[in-house]
Design a protein around this ligand. Structure first.
Ligand SMILES: Cc1ncc(COP(=O)(O)O)c(C=O)c1O
Length: 906
């Protein structure tokens, strides 16, 4: 490996970028082959590039040893043209993924003509039944000379009637097994034969530096079951099979064997292994509801219930709306139904295929149970809040959370105790809530003897802008103060993170699994005993705030809820959402949970939405790892290009972790993905230790430095360049990458940023001093004259009749209903001097409404809140048009002072 490549590989982006880096290496090899064939370079150049490619190719089935060997032979035979032709064929097959379907792609002697057929669209190519393709990793102690025959034996087991087709990838050590599962997203199953080595047979320092900290590999006890545990930690969706020639009955009976799908005696009938592998994949491929819906759509069904659109007869026969039928196609109408029987199921009371689909989702997302929701996470949040909170219960909640949580509090009668996120005033946005603020609130409630009233901690993970909590640490420290606290993590944006080994520990379910494992580990009792001894008999609040607290493993009741907008980050139709539950005391809330579902769910849930949730789960279980790796990779490409492009970087920048997260919350010292010393080891330490971590796929692009406010820039991208995004701040826009993005999208975005930067450059160059001064003034106004962000002030005393003295919770529900009394409310315009007089002399201005400006999108006023000078200043400076809950003509809606005394504590 030459020095520059080595340096590049050590960079975190080079590791994340496995699929793209692989494609780039093949392109480099093709260039080297072409150069050799045309005489502008020599064979050495080709062979060096081939060595580069070969290191990674061992972990993939295609092109495989036979084709790689053929490339080497052509090089040795000085056959430059032959090497170029074969390199071209292989890289084309890799790019088009045609090797998954066409046998001739695997044949070193097939000609170019056959290969060309494979890049044609399927309708022009050969007609064959499409069978999904995957790869099976075989970890073996057999010597490498035997591998070719092992490969052949596996291939011999293929049958025409198999639903799927797969190819084996063989490795001989634990390290290589781990590398393969990290580098090859096509691997869907692993056969672990006992007797494999620990260390890779290659000198692979770069890969090792990546893999060791993630898996904590220990050479001393690398049994097959230990390897299974390590692989499951990296990719929990993989089916693992164990082949042992010892006492398999004993192995199978042990606890650790839960991780493997089946244990085989090593000399078992090979066809059994083959069938087991196919069955494992079929288990993930099954989509019980979608499969039934497809069958239902094919049946000749007469409908005598509502939903005339079902079957589409009135659509296709119509002169007037036939275009709708043609646009969506007949299947949509055949699959529409309001029935809950006859092969379908009821979302509200599922007992059949929806129930099975939800159970599969629970398995996939690491939850005990899952509820599908067809009205978005807005509804999921309201369901959870209502199910868990009764009137008078207290929830510690991020003031900047999505409005569904605030409305959930109104409906349930729960009392929000708002905690503030750290502000990012410069960019007119908030970060996330520091753990210290949460612990402080809990300790204050404890001091007041009201800890029993606290039910819930409700936080957004990750935030819109990408701040990811240290979910494990937050839960452990809170459980140390209140062992039965329930957690609601709104992961509307973060559902995909389950499929990244890197981000998973920071998801609600990832952290819950780690805590559960810790509780079960007998060592936790001793760890807790030592921790208590260190804390002493009666630690002060200051000590508790400064200490990393451990919960009492024997007292903890682990109760974790996560909501995710499946439609925001996976392949569900809009509004498809899930509630994930991991709650040891779920049985205590089950009834009320169902009531909450009945309260909020439509009685006419959309069949296509339910099906898409089922299918989204299937996709993530079978290719989520690769797709998410790609989304992260795309984000890092964008970050790198914006940073390094001489023209773009003059006017734009994407904020790094160091600018999005204050240093005090990056305890490991981690600065950013693109920092020169960033590598996987530093990133993994940051993921484990730092209070906040930045989701790489959420990129805050500063556009104020280019003279655009966020809304202007968003409109420019949409109107002129067909690039859509949704969140903006005063001086930035948020770019997100997801599983749908490609490198072409990156190229388009970069071209557009170049074009815009060039326009600005030219304008400034040709516009004279006047233009330049105007530009600088605009940039200054956007970047430095930013309004201070107002913190939550307090609820008025009328809404705090049963609140404590030092904690700020309030009865938001009575504040909300106070607004229903028209006579008890008044309106005052924002610019009216009366506002200033009241702020100065009283009586208090008390908001009757939620007032939520977009952007930034958080409620700067909630019902019952006392309005302060800071809030008014912020509103007056705010230059956005969309402010929910505020009518500029009428003014602020306030609860009259005389009405406040009549407020009941309903
Ligand atoms: C943090 C958060 N939670 C919940 C929601 C609501 O999700 P949905 O659009 O699926 O209703 C959003 C929407 O943007 C959000 O940002």
């Amino acid at each position: 490996m030459n020095q520059s490549t080595d340096r590049q590989e050590r960079r975190i982006d080079a590791f994340f970028s496995t699929p793209a880096a692989r494609a780039d290496r093949w392109r480099a090899l093709a260039d080297a082959a072409k150069a050799w064939a045309s005489g502008s370079s020599d064979r050495n150049g080709f062979e060096r590039a081939l060595d580069e490619v070969a290191a990674i190719e061992e972990f993939h089935a295609y092109p495989g040893p036979q084709l790689m060997q053929a490339l080497r032979h052509r090089a040795e035979a000085n056959d430059a043209a032959g090497a170029a032709e074969l390199t071209w064929r292989i890289s084309t097959a890799l790019l088009s993924r045609s090797f998954r379907q066409y046998a001739e792609d695997w044949d070193p002697h097939a000609g170019i003509a056959e290969a060309v057929g494979n890049v044609l669209p399927p309708s022009l190519s050969r007609v064959e039944v499409h069978r999904p393709y995957f790869e099976v990793l075989i970890v073996t102690g057999a010597p490498p000379e035997r591998w070719a025959s092992i490969r052949t034996e596996w291939r011999h087991m293929r049958r025409a009637q198999d639903d799927f087709i797969y190819e084996p990838v063989i490795v001989g050590s634990a390290e290589d097994a781990l590398c393969a599962t990290m580098l090859n997203p096509d691997i869907a199953a692993v056969m672990i034969n006992e007797g494999f080595a620990f260390r890779s047979r290659h000198d692979a320092p770069v890969l090792r530096s990546v893999v060791d900290p993630m898996a904590a590999l220990e050479p001393s006890d690398m049994s097959a079951l230990r390897l299974a545990r390590v692989l499951k930690r990296v990719r929990p969706e993989l089916d693992l099979y164990l082949l042992s020639n010892r006492q398999v009955e004993e192995v199978a009976g042990g606890d650790a064997a839960d991780l493997v799908r089946r244990v085989f005696y090593a000399v078992e009938e090979p066809l059994e292994l083959h069938l087991a592998v196919l069955e494992g994949v079929r288990d993930r491929y099954d989509t019980p509801f979608f499969d039934n819906l497809k069958k239902y759509a094919q049946r000749p069904i007469g409908t005598f219930h509502a939903l005339p659109i079902a079957r589409g007869k009135a659509v296709f026969k119509s002169d007037w709306i036939r275009d709708m039928g043609e646009f969506y196609g007949p299947t949509l109408f055949l699959a529409e139904s309001s029935a809950t029987t006859g092969g379908l199921d009821s979302l509200l009371e599922p007992t059949g295929n929806i129930k099975r689909a939800q159970d599969l989702a629970a398995r996939a997302f690491g939850a005990d149970r899952v509820f599908f929701v067809t009205n978005g996470t807005s509804t999921s949040n309201k369901m959870v809040v209502q199910a868990l909170m009764a009137p008078g219960d207290i929830a510690i909640i991020d003031r900047n959370c999505h409005k569904s949580h605030h409305y959930g509090m109104v409906m349930s009668g729960g009392q929000p105790l708002y905690v503030e996120a750290f502000p990012m005033t410069e960019y007119s946005m908030y970060g996330a809530v520091p753990l210290r603020a949460i612990k402080k609130a809990l300790l204050a409630l404890k001091a007041e003897g009201r800890l029993d009233r606290v039910k819930l901690l409700d936080l957004t993970n990750c935030t819109f802008d990408g701040h990811v909590y240290n979910t494990r640490r937050v839960m452990e420290e809170c459980l140390a103060i209140k062992p039965d606290l329930i957690f609601l993590w709104d992961e509307a944006w973060f559902g995909f993170a389950r499929w990244s080994p890197f981000l998973r520990p920071r998801t609600a379910m990832g952290a819950a699994a780690a805590i559960e494992e810790w509780i079960r580990d007998p060592g936790s009792v001793e760890a807790y005993r030592r921790h208590r001894a260190e804390l002493g008999a009666d630690p002060s609040d200051d000590v508790l705030l400064e200490t990393r607290l451990l919960p009492d493993p024997s007292a903890v009741r682990l109760r974790v809820y996560q909501t995710n907008s499946t439609h925001k980050s996976m392949s569900a139709l809009r509004q498809g959402s899930m509630i994930l539950v991991k709650d040891v005391d779920y049985h205590k809330v089950e009834e009320q949970f169902h009531e909450a579902v009945f309260t909020h769910a439509s009685t006419s849930p959309n069949q296509q939405l339910i099906a898409s949730l089922d299918v989204a789960r299937r996709q993530m279980e079978l290719e989520g790892f690769g797709l998410v790796t790609n989304a992260i990779e795309i984000a890092l490409m964008i970050r790198r290009e914006v940073k390094n492009h001489p023209l773009i970087s003059r006017y734009f920048r994407v904020l790094g972790a160091d600018e999005m997260i204050p240093e005090e919350y990056r305890q490991s010292g981690y600065a950013d993905f693109l920092a020169p010393d960033a590598n996987w080891a530093t990133a993994l330490t940051a993921v484990r230790d730092d209070e906040f971590f930045l989701d790489p796929t959420r990129m805050t692009l500063v556009c104020g430095t280019a003279g655009y406010d966020g809304t202007q820039f968003k409109n420019l991208l949409a109107d002129r360049y067909n690039i859509q995004l949704n969140k903006t701040s005063r001086n930035s826009v948020l770019l997100q990458s997801n599983i749908n993005n490609t490198r072409s999208d990156v190229a388009h975005l970069i071209r557009v940023l170049v074009e815009i930067s060039r326009d600005i450059d030219e304008r400034l160059r040709n516009g004279g001093d006047g233009e330049r001064q105007q530009f600088q003034a605009r940039v200054k106004s956007l970047m430095t004259d930013v309004p201070d962000l107002p913190n939550f002030s307090c609820f008025h005393a009328a809404f705090r009749r049963d609140a404590g003295d030092i904690t700020p919770e309030g009865n938001i529900r009575s504040g909300f209903y106070a607004a229903y009394d028209a006579e008890g409310c008044e309106h005052i315009r924002l610019a009216d001097a009366e506002i200033d007089r009241r702020l100065r002399d009283g009586p208090d201005l008390v908001s009757a409404n939620f007032v939520i400006p977009y952007p930034p999108g958080f409620p700067i006023m909630v019902p019952g809140q006392v309005i302060t000078r800071e809030t008014i200043d912020f509103m007056r400076k705010l230059d956005v048009k969309e402010i929910h809950g505020y009518n500029a003509v009428e003014g602020l809606k306030l609860i009259r002072p005389e009405a406040l005394s009549k407020v009941s504590s309903r």
